[in-house]
Each structure stands twice: as C-alpha cells, then as structure tokens.
Design a protein around this ligand. Structure first.
Ligand SMILES: Cc1cc2nc3c(=O)[nH]c(=O)nc-3n(C[C@H](O)[C@H](O)[C@H](O)COP(=O)(O)OP(=O)(O)OC[C@H]3O[C@@H](n4cnc5c(N)ncnc54)[C@H](O)[C@@H]3O)c2cc1C
Length: 580
C-alpha cells in the first residue's frame, strides 16, 4: 500500500527561514501563533492525512460514491473519517473565532489542503467547499442566518456546496435560469436544475448547505441579475431541529474520469426554501468570496497531487533496476541513474517545493490583508492575493497534472496499470484544470483584470518585491542571473499587454500566465537559495542544487513564452470559424 510522508521539514524551513513567519504574525497581532506552534499543527495534520485519508483513497476510487434511493452513499470509511476529521477540529482551523473557528493563520489552512490533496483529493473537496461556503455566509449573510448556520458549518457538523453551473451555463453564468420567488415569510422558493455540484450530498450526518445562484422575477438580464441563496437540505421542524427535508434532491451522480469518491451531483430544486444572502442581484459578487477561496484551494490540489505522486516516483526510481549506467557501469542500475528519469523527477520536485513556498507566501498575504493594523498595508496584501489567485489556480493545477503524468511516466508500464496507484493521481489531478473556472478563463482574468489593478501599480509592486531580492543576491550567481533575466522578460511582456486589445489578450493569456508563474516560482527558488547559501546542512545543499536546476532547466522557458506572446493574435485569427 502507498504511504505518505508529510513535508514537515520543508514547512519548518519555509516558516523559520524563508517566509519570516514569526515576524509577520507579530506584525498582524497574532503573536500567540509562532512557528513552533505552526509546525506542531502541521505535523498533527500530516499524521491525520497519512493515517486516516491516504488509506481510504484507493478504495474510494474503486468503490466510488453511489446514489441509493435518492441519497448519496460515500465509499467505505469516508463517513467515519469525516467525523474523526471534525472531532480533531480540522474544519475550523482558519475559521472565524466568532463562530467557533480557531482563527489560525491561512498558511496552515493551505498547507493542510496540500496534504489532504496529496492523500485524498475527493475527501479534501468536502472540507474545501464547506470552508468556502462558511466564509461567503460569514461575509455576506444577515446576522440571523450566520448565527444558525455558521457554528455547525465551521465545526464541520454540516457541510457546504456551491451551486452555480447549469447545463447551458458554465463559464457564462449570465445564462443561468434557476428562479427564486419570494415567499410571504421572507424566504424564497428556488426552482431549477444544477449540474456538476461537488459534495452536493453526503452521508456523514448533518445538513448540507447549498449556496445557489438564481434569478429573482424582476432581475435584469446578465450577471447583474443574479442573486445568491442559502438552501439547506434539511429545514427546522417545530422544535427547531433540522429534520424536515427541503424540496431539493439529487437527480443523478455524474460518471467521470477521476475523483470517483466525490459525489458530483445533478441537483433538482423544486420550490426549495432558501434565504437571500447579500443584496438582491449582487449574488455573483458575493459568490466570489467562495469562488476565490475555492480557486486557491484548487491550485493547491495540483500542488498536493504532484507532491504525493513525486514521493512514489522517487522511491520507485531508486528501486527499479533497468539498463546500464550512462557512465558505463554494467547494469542493471537503478533507473534514478538515467538522465531522463532525473529530468522527470527534478521537474516535478522543482515545482512542488517552490509551489509550496509560493502558496505559503500568498497565504501570509491573506493573513496580512485580514489583520494588518495599517489599512494601506492590508490593501496592498489583498491586491497581491487577487493578482496571484488566478496564477495559483491555473498554473498549479496545470503543473500538478503535468507532474502527475511525469511521476506516472517514471513507472513506465507499471504506472499505467492500476496496481501502483499512479494512474489515479493522473485521473484525479485532471479536474483541477477545469472546475472553478477553466484555466483558460483564469488566464483571461489575469491579463484583462489583474494586470490593470490600481492602474497597473499592483503588478508593479509585485515585481518590485522580486527585484528587491535580486538586489540582495550575489549578482554573479546563476540563480540570480536567471531570475533577473526572466523577470526583465516578464516586465517587457507585461507592458506590451497592458492596454492591448481583447483579441491580443485572448491569444496571449495562457502563455502569459505560465510565464508569470515560472518567474514567481523562480523568485521562491531565489529566496530559498539566499538562505540556503548560509546553511551548512545537507537539506540546505539540496535546496541550492534544486534552485540551480530550476534556473538552468525551467526558467529559460520564459524566453520561448515571450516569443510566443509577441507573435500576437494574428496567426490564429486568420482562420475562419468554418475552417475548424
Ligand atoms: C467534476 C466536476 C465538479 C464540478 N463542481 C462544481 C461545483 O461544485 N459547483 C459548480 O457550480 N460547478 C461545478 N463544476 C462545473 C465547472 O466549474 C464548469 O464545468 C467549468 O466552469 C466550465 O464550464 P463548462 O463545463 O460549461 O464549459 P464551457 O463554459 O462550455 O467552456 C468550454 C471551453 O470554452 C472555453 N471558454 C468558454 N468561455 C470562454 C471565454 N469567454 N473565453 C475563453 N475561453 C472560453 C473554456 O475555457 C473551455 O475550454 C464542476 C465540474 C466538474 C466536471
């Protein structure tokens, strides 16, 4: 059976030496949280993921979630694991203390998400959607709704789901048709069908709280006519217990490529009772609280999957004997000796370790944006999060999928058959590129909205942070030279895109997002190299070697990406639609 080693040493290195965690906590008034507390929380989280979630991952995939008499039945072990997860307090980790949350920094949450995704992506989605839903309710609902729904959601006793998509309305939510009609008591009757609803139902016990996008009768057309409603599976009975079934049901479970243990539901709402959350017709803006949380989580899913898959591939490569050594050593040698196997392993690892650092840095910006005493600093941090959200969502899920495929490739044919579990990583990773806004749409968000944040000053401030670290580094070191050159390319490309036509942006977006991500990951390698130069442990030496590998082998990709972007929209636009 596969096992999982939580990357505790890496987390401790990042907290203590790279991300200045204790200093940030002091700056934002969370002095009671220091890196030693953070490390013990992460260690405990790693133990839970490795011992409770990893062992049920394979059976979850093979058994899958089922629909029995209209109710979802999750695979063996899932319901008990969820109850244990709640008992241990994990759903409330970063939750608001006003509603029973522990109020711990978001960096711990994102790294818990990483470990959950590495061990059991399907399970992690229940937690991620519950958190996103309670954050949106906390930010936008009326106090009465908050006091009823938040405590059991923050504790995980009740779970959450996000109901946007309809068969004809995916990316373009302006097309959605689900209706909401006011009831005399102030509630609403919601009617319509949603598809692809993750965690739409469960058998863990407790309620399932859906946040549903629908239109009121007087709604203007388009996205400005969408409202958000809280629609629970169970309504309160006369004694206030939530025992009465609401008018909503699971019509079917989607059959799909991966995450088989996840109930992806077709949901029918038949005059289901719901309550308005936020302003009428402003539901999409309110839903963005949940969507932004989920976007980061989905990027982290890619990171987790790549990290989990890497561990198995590295172990296998050291044991599998095939062929002569490239230095002439008579065979068979362990395949890790072959240059191409090293290329694959280092490719995945260089993303995972820098991705973990970038996720941590971004999470600290989220903490700064919520708690920093200086509003200008808080605002600046919020802009960094806004800028990096599409980058993390799309680049991490793309690199996560590519990483899963490379790790599978290390196993040769043994990676393709089920026995070793590598094909499950590939199938599970794939969805992260699609849901929560496809990666193409994330790239459009980056180039068309995020590059122009505060007239372009937000992206400029981000580049200035990288330049500051370049300035602190040895100018002649290969990592510094590579990051500096890649950043200059990115700056030139960014300037060319700011103010470009929609057509040009559409053609450039995906390449630009990859370029942006590679430079950001390169920045993290530079920061890790800067502290590792001063260390004298094998751990530090390995970090330096990884930084050098990334600078030499991956950062040059920014040159070809810059050339692809500079080629513009014309080479694709010359085709008529009928020619496809
Ligand atoms: C397993 C699974 C779980 C899901 N979970 C949920 C959930 O919990 N809740 C929920 O509400 N939804 C969920 N979804 C839906 C998911 O978010 C959508 O599938 C996704 O947003 C894309 O919508 P679509 O499938 O309709 O594709 P379309 O919108 O039809 O897109 C098709 C293609 O066209 C491209 N495209 C579309 N518009 C543009 C544009 N303007 N510019 C450039 N390219 C464009 C897309 O990038 C894509 O490549 C889930 C989907 C799956 C498969």
């Amino acid at each position: 059976m596969q096992h999982y080693d939580a990357p505790i040493a890496d987390y401790a290195f990042l907290l203590d030496q790279v991300l200045e965690f204790d200093q940030v906590m002091r700056e934002i008034g969370l002095d009671h949280v220091d890196s030693s507390l953070a490390s013990s929380v992460l260690e405990e989280a790693g133990r839970f993921c490795a011992l409770r979630l990893k062992p049920i991952n394979r059976e979850g995939d093979e058994h899958g979630a089922c629909l029995v008499d209209g109710d979802v039945v999750t695979p063996p072990g899932f319901a008990q694991a969820w109850r244990d997860f709640c008992e241990a307090g994990w759903p409330s980790l970063s939750g608001d203390t006003a509603w029973g949350g522990q109020g711990l920094p978001f960096i711990l949450q994102l790294w818990l998400d990483e470990m959950m995704s590495a061990c059991n992506l399907s399970f992690g989605l229940f937690a991620g959607l519950t958190r996103g839903a309670y954050e949106a309710i906390g930010a936008h609902a009326a106090e009465e709704l908050k006091s009823i729904y938040l405590p059991p959601m923050v504790s995980g006793q009740w779970t959450g789901a996000m109901a946007l998509t309809e068969s004809h309305a995916g990316t373009d939510l302006a097309l959605l048709k689900t209706r909401a009609q006011a009831n005399p008591d102030g509630s609403y009757a919601i009617s319509g069908t949603k598809i692809f609803i993750s965690s739409g139902d469960q058998d863990f016990g407790g309620n399932v709280v859906h946040l549903v996008l629908a239109r009121l009768p007087d709604a203007p057309p388009g996205v400005k006519g969408i409202s958000m409603f809280l629609v629970p599976k169970f309504l309160p009975d006369a004694s206030g217990e939530f025992t009465v079934r609401n008018g909503m049901s699971v019509g079917a479970l989607e059959k799909k490529m991966g995450i088989h243990a996840q109930p992806t539901c077709v949901m029918n709402y038949d005059e289901a009772t719901g309550w308005l959350v936020g302003e009428p017709h402003r539901g999409l803006a309110a839903m963005f609280t949940m969507m932004n949380a989920e976007r980061l989580m989905v990027g982290i899913q890619g990171l987790g999957i790549a990290g989990g898959a890497y561990q198995h591939a590295a172990a296998y490569a050291k044991e599998r004997l095939q062929g002569r050594g490239e230095d002439g050593t008579p065979g068979p040698v362990a395949i890790v000796e072959h240059g191409d196997v090293r290329r694959m392993l280092l490719g995945v690892r260089s993303f995972v370790e820098a991705g973990r650092a970038l996720a941590g840095w971004t999470a600290l910006q989220m903490d700064r944006s919520h708690h920093h005493p200086d509003p200008a600093e808080a605002e600046k941090a919020a802009e960094f999060v806004a800028l990096l959200t599409p980058v993390i969502k799309a680049a991490f899920s793309d690199l996560g999928f590519e990483g899963a495929v490379q790790a599978q490739q290390v196993f040769g044919g043994h990676g393709y058959i089920r026995e070793w579990g590598m094909e499950q990583f590939v199938r599970d990773a794939r969805i992260a590129q699609i849901y929560e806004g496809t990666n193409g749409v994330q790239a459009m968000d980056l180039v068309s909205r995020k590059l122009t944040l505060r007239g372009g000053q937000a992206v400029d401030a981000f580049f200035a942070l990288i330049e500051r670290d370049i300035g602190h580094a040895d100018a002649a070191a290969p990592v510094t030279i590579a990051v500096d050159a890649a950043l200059k390319r990115l700056r030139t490309t960014t300037a060319a895109l700011q103010g470009a036509s929609q057509e040009e942006l559409g053609a450039a977006a995906v390449d630009y997002l990859r370029m942006f991500a590679l430079v950001s990951l390169g920045w993290m390698w530079l920061r890790m190299a800067l502290v590792s130069e001063k260390g004298d442990t094998p751990f530090h030496a390995a970090k330096l070697r990884m930084a050098t590998w990334f600078a030499a082998k991956i950062l040059p990709q920014t040159s070809s990406l810059a050339a692809q972007i500079a080629a513009g929209a014309a080479p694709a636009q010359v085709f008529a639609a009928s020619e496809f």
